[in-house]
Design a binder for this molecule. Structure first.
Ligand SMILES: NC(=O)c1ccc[n+]([C@@H]2O[C@H](COP(=O)([O-])OP(=O)(O)OC[C@H]3O[C@@H](n4cnc5c(N)ncnc54)[C@H](OP(=O)(O)O)[C@@H]3O)[C@@H](O)[C@H]2O)c1
Length: 369
């Protein structure tokens, strides 16, 4: 970090650039950052070519994406067309872009000497294994050397490394719910020398998980009073979970997955089934979860009570409940895909990197209807 940027940080005057602001995660990021007390300026940069009016706007066009936020946008610039030079002087850059965009831009900005902290909400830096980008997402990575400087932004499990990182790869929404939901259970199993025979993740998501694009199966007529299974174990988030289970816990159990769309705007509910090779001591599993919950503000353990999407909507919390029967454990993990599953966790990572309290800007009053 340059001296000038370091001084700004100390004076709590961060300038943040948001690339890809009009999508769901872009809008949610702007919303959170615009109420963040240490953020002074939010620059919005669009990669889209389609809107000739962008440069001529007299007020931020972002009000079209988030009209309900009109009077909270004092720190927010109008949307400008993206160029690398405009990133100069940013304390941090948030990429809220579709896949296969951020890695190319990061490769160019590193070349031109811009040293801003990067938080990428897209999948472009999530894998450590560089071959996975081609295999899973179909592109060759533009800057494999930067992958080694990248830390996976699953805050509760990578906090210390995030402090030292230059690039944070914000996790996928499903992997956040799965990996955090089962982390205490895996820690317990490892301590006791128990093996995990298999994991089944049955995931349900609101439609914002698919982004803003208009697709026939995301229309009101199709999805209201409907539920659709849209992916199973070939889902792109499965290799992400597998790599991180190996990296974090040195385990590679069979992992089966289904993803279903539900007629809701936001939220993920995962029912995760795990089979251990022996019957566990359930009180010790509960203890492990309680300890994890105490150490991590945004991880809220409910014991045997099973949380629902309603309990997390509009918040940065992940809430988890469990049931144990013989050697099978069922974990229910819920979060808001746009907050803990994306923009909220990204801001949590920003706070950690810049030495702020992790909760700053994230104690969001929940939506209650
Ligand atoms: N949605 C989730 O729950 C979620 C969770 C975790 C991670 N992610 C990841 O985050 C990234 C962004 O996801 P997203 O859900 O924010 O995608 P999205 O809503 O589909 O937006 C993607 C991009 O579309 C562009 N766009 C073009 N024309 C637009 C228009 N008329 N209105 C709105 N946007 C327009 C926006 O860029 P401009 O503003 O430059 O035009 C935006 O960056 C993806 O890589 C995704 O995998 C998403």
């Amino acid at each position: 970090m340059k001296k000038e940027d370091e001084n700004k940080r100390k004076k709590n005057k961060l300038k943040i650039s948001v690339v890809g602001p009009r999508g769901y995660t872009g809008s949610e990021t702007i919303k959170i950052l615009s109420l963040h007390p240490y953020v002074d300026e939010i620059q919005l940069l669009s990669l889209s070519e389609d809107d000739k009016q962008k440069e001529e706007q007299t007020q931020p066009e972002i009000t079209k994406s988030i009209p309900s936020f009109r009077k909270y946008l004092q720190k927010v610039s109008k949307i400008e067309k993206f160029s690398e030079e405009k990133l100069e002087g940013s304390s941090a850059i948030f990429f809220c872009t579709e896949q296969n965009k951020a890695h190319k831009i990061v490769s160019r900005i590193i070349e031109s000497g811009i040293s801003s902290f990067v938080i990428d909400l897209s999948p472009d830096f999530r894998f450590k294994d560089v071959g996975q980008y081609k295999k899973v997402y179909g592109f060759d990575h533009a800057i494999p050397s930067a992958i080694q400087k990248t830390v996976y932004g699953l805050t509760e499990l990578y906090r210390e490394k995030i402090k030292e990182s230059e690039i944070v790869a914000n996790p996928g929404c499903y992997p956040t719910a799965t990996l955090l939901g089962i982390a205490p259970l895996i820690k317990y199993a490892k301590k006791q020398g128990l093996n995990i025979e298999w994991i089944i993740v049955d995931a349900k998501s609101g439609v914002t998980g698919a982004g803003r694009k208009a697709l026939p199966h995301l229309t009101l007529a199709y999805l209201s009073e409907n539920i659709k299974v849209y992916a199973w174990s070939e889902h792109r988030h499965v290799p992400e979970m597998q790599e991180k289970l190996k990296e974090l816990f040195d385990i590679s159990p069979p992992l089966n997955f289904t993803a279903q769309l539900i007629p809701a705007k936001r939220g993920i509910l995962e029912t995760i089934w795990i089979k251990l090779d022996e019957k566990p001591e359930t009180d010790k599993i509960f203890e492990e979860y309680q300890n994890f919950s105490q150490k991590n503000f945004f991880f809220d353990f409910w014991g045997e009570e099973l949380p629902d999407i309603y309990s997390v909507t509009g918040t940065n919390f992940i809430r988890v409940g469990i049931k144990c029967k013989d050697n099978i454990i069922m974990v229910v993990s819920v979060l808001d895909n746009l907050i803990k599953g994306a923009s909220g966790q990204a801001v949590q990572n920003l706070n950690i990197k810049f030495g702020y309290d992790e909760k700053v800007g994230l104690e969001l009053p929940p939506i209650f209807t």
